[in-house]
Design a protein around this ligand. Structure first.
Ligand code: SF4
Length: 149
């Protein structure tokens, strides 16, 4: 119970741009500024996958990013959550005809999606607060079951 409470107020995120146009990343950056002040919701962006609970992935996954994205996913400790942000991350968007190997869910497991090109900052905050605590609790349950077997 206490753990769940603190989980909601302490979400550490790492943002990964896998080759998008930076539009989504600019929207994510505005979350840190005073207008949205994402830290008031207990969400901290520090871009170290080894300390992250959440990977926020943007872009269509260009060829050089395929292995790097898998590496970053492996470096992120369990229980972890992945949210794909923007049309490119969800379906390769305007880069569909280019040299891409996405979308993101073809490379790593995705727990939540935020559509839009780019999505609004408020949508991103709402999705993180909705998806992360429940997904982390579910993953913890699965890990505990695996350990007890
Ligand atoms: S979804 Fe739109 S804004 Fe985001 S990276 Fe793709 S093209 Fe850029």
């Amino acid at each position: 119970m206490i753990k769940e409470f603190f989980r909601k107020r302490s979400i550490h995120a790492c943002v990964v741009n896998t080759g998008g146009c930076n539009g989504c990343d600019i929207e994510i950056l505005t979350l840190i500024a005073s207008r949205y002040d994402i830290e008031q919701y207990g969400i901290y962006i520090h871009n170290n996958p080894r300390e992250a609970d959440l990977l926020i992935v943007t872009g269509p996954v260009t060829l050089p990013w395929k292995d790097r994205l898998k590496e970053l996913y492996e470096k992120t400790p369990e229980p972890k959550v992945v949210i794909a942000v923007g049309a490119c991350a969800l379906s390769c968007g305007i880069f569909k005809e280019g040299h891409v190997c996405g979308p993101v869910d073809r490379i790593i497991p995705v727990d939540g999606v935020i559509p839009g090109c780019p999505p609004r900052p408020a949508q991103i905050i709402e999705a993180i607060l909705k998806v992360v605590p429940t997904s982390i609790a579910e993953r913890e349950k699965v890990i505990k079951e695996e350990i007890s077997q």
